[in-house]
Design a protein around this ligand. Structure first.
Ligand code: NAP
Length: 486
């Protein structure tokens, strides 16, 4: 059982060395439902250094035997975990909607994605892990193979509490690593349910561990712990940079996936209905809390007014509410802090002189952390709302005279995660593919679409320049060994 009951409270436990255990700190924290002020989802452990140490040591002990198993055998555990997670989609998605507010339909979709990720990486256990390279000595055999890194520390955010832990853990495990996971506090309960699927699949004790609690404490202990050989992190740039410094000091491998300020370009030959639908879906689904969410909407002057009217008409149909309610299209911000951040950016936008076209207000105040879908116009590229990641349902319209200007503006950002263009012109498409500085470039599709079998990651400040997901994950989670046999 991943929980215990204490004074009528349901308390989620840590998972260390194959067992669900309470922290020796004897301290817990509460996870709150952002859709219903005052509703507690449950409690999780505020772990101590000792808890983390036990997890790291047990991972180290387990990794040797795990790494020696055939890839297909490791894959069988992932397949079993996938089947169990599939049976539990409703339960896991319920926890996700309760903890961070995304609609139940989106939460189920994400959990189904988690199942697919496990299945995809199960197959990786049987695929090639090296190349034969002709040696200059004709009597020798030279080839590469790949070996696990050892124990990988996994630190994840709250916005995809099933998919992100799995798209890090599944490749880590299939390539023979053991893991210690520190999930975001806001979604620790959801993550524990995912870990429980691996536990119920019979994964050997110590191969997977989860320790919840303060990021500043457990996260920093993780990167500095001698038993941790690598860190994979998704979250904010501020924390990512701290982890990178510590990882460099220790000389361990690290991978960071961080923020975005993703543009969409609407060309004067675009299908404007398609562009408006994709801008809304890419910018406002999950309440804009996706790293790949559309934020800057760069529109050619010839179609600006028509596009704006279409966008506004569609935005006005969006229903904000509890993610469990039928008809809700957009849930609350994930926490009180997140709502405050979004509202402060909206205020900043107004102060700096952008025109609030629609939305901008907190709504259903007595119920939860809700904000209206919001769009600004008359913004300039130097305004805060056009430069900083808001991580909320706020779009900024920017008008341009030419496609060259559009591309230049799209690239005028410290981030480079995802970018879209809507156009029917092949020349525009090619320029965008070649010149857009983003890890994901998407033509006539929203900025937020990601497929698990393809590499994922950003350029510039959006990432540490490695890639996650698909076959690309092998690059981070293994080391190459060149073998020469004479
Ligand atoms: P965050 O505050 O950086 O937290 C991410 C994780 O780091 C959480 O588990 C957090 O734990 C932990 N943490 C906090 N302080 C830490 C520290 N000093 N040392 C080590 N770990 C620490 O980010 P967030 O607010 O959860 O997530 C939003 C950000 O993630 C956005 O910038 C978004 O763009 C980015 N994101 C990027 C991607 C991508 O793939 N590029 C995907 C999703 C999200 P606690 O929860 O306990 O604080």
């Amino acid at each position: 059982m991943n929980t215990m009951t204490e004074s009528k409270k349901t308390v989620t436990l840590n998972y260390i060395n194959g067992e669900w255990v309470a922290s020796d700190s004897e301290q817990t924290a509460v996870s709150k439902n952002p859709a219903k002020i005052g509703e507690d989802v449950g409690y999780y452990q505020m772990s101590s250094s000792n808890d983390f140490n036990q997890a790291a040591v047990s991972a180290r002990k387990a990794q040797k035997a795990w790494g020696k198993l055939a890839g297909s055998v490791r894959g069988d555990y992932l397949l079993k975990a996938a089947a169990i997670l599939e049976e539990r989609i409703e339960d896991v998605a319920t926890a996700m909607t309760q903890e961070m507010g995304k609609t139940f339909a989106e939460a189920k979709g994400e959990t189904a994605r988690g199942v697919a990720i496990l299945r995809y990486y199960a197959g990786e256990g049987m695929r090639a892990i090296g190349d034969v390279i002709p040696s200059s000595d004709s009597d020798a055999l030279m080839f590469t193979t790949r070996v696990p890194l050892g124990v990988v520390g996994v630190i994840t955010p709250w916005n995809f509490p099933v998919a992100i832990p799995l798209w890090k853990m599944a490749p880590a495990l299939i390539y023979g690593n053991a893991v210690v996971v520190k999930p975001a506090s806001d979604t620790a309960i959801t993550c524990s349910k995912v870990i429980n699927c691996l536990h119920d699949a019979g994964i050997p004790a110590g191969v997977v561990n989860m320790v919840t609690g303060s990021g500043a404490k457990i996260g920093m202990e993780m990167v500095n712990h001698p038993e941790i050989d690598a860190i994979t992190f998704t979250g904010s740039n501020t924390v990512g940079k701290q982890l990178a410094h510590a990882a460099v000091d220790r000389g361990i491998k690290y991978q960071l996936e961080m923020g975005g300020k993703n543009p969409v370009i609407v060309a004067n030959d675009a299908d404007l209905d398609l562009a408006a639908d994709a801008t809304i879906s890419g910018g406002l689904k999950s309440t804009g809390q996706k790293c790949t969410a559309t934020s800057r909407v760069i529109v050619h002057k010839d179609v600006y007014e028509e596009f704006k009217e279409k966008l506004l008409a569609k935005m006005k149909t969006i229903t904000v509410g509890d993610g469990f309610e039928t008809g809700t299209w957009m849930g609350p911000c994930a926490s009180a802090g997140q709502l405050e951040t979004v509202l402060s950016y909206i205020e900043k936008g107004k102060q700096e002189g952008a025109k609030l076209l629609y939305g901008g207000n907190q709504v259903l105040k007595d119920q939860g952390y809700y904000v209206e879908p919001t769009v600004f116009e008359n913004a300039t590229p130097s305004m805060t709302i056009a430069r900083e990641e808001i991580f909320g349902p706020v779009l900024v319209l920017l008008k341009v005279d030419t496609m060259e200007e559009a591309l230049e503006m799209a690239n005028d950002s410290e981030y480079g995660l995802s970018a879209s263009i809507f156009t029917t012109n092949i020349g525009n498409m090619l320029s965008f593919i070649n010149e857009m500085d983003a890890g994901l470039v998407r033509i006539n599709a929203e900025s937020a679409g990601v497929e698990l079998q393809a590499p994922f990651g950003g350029m510039k400040q959006s990432s540490s320049h490695s890639r996650e997901q698909g076959r690309a994950a092998i690059e981070f989670f293994t080391s190459i060994k060149t073998v020469f046999v004479k």
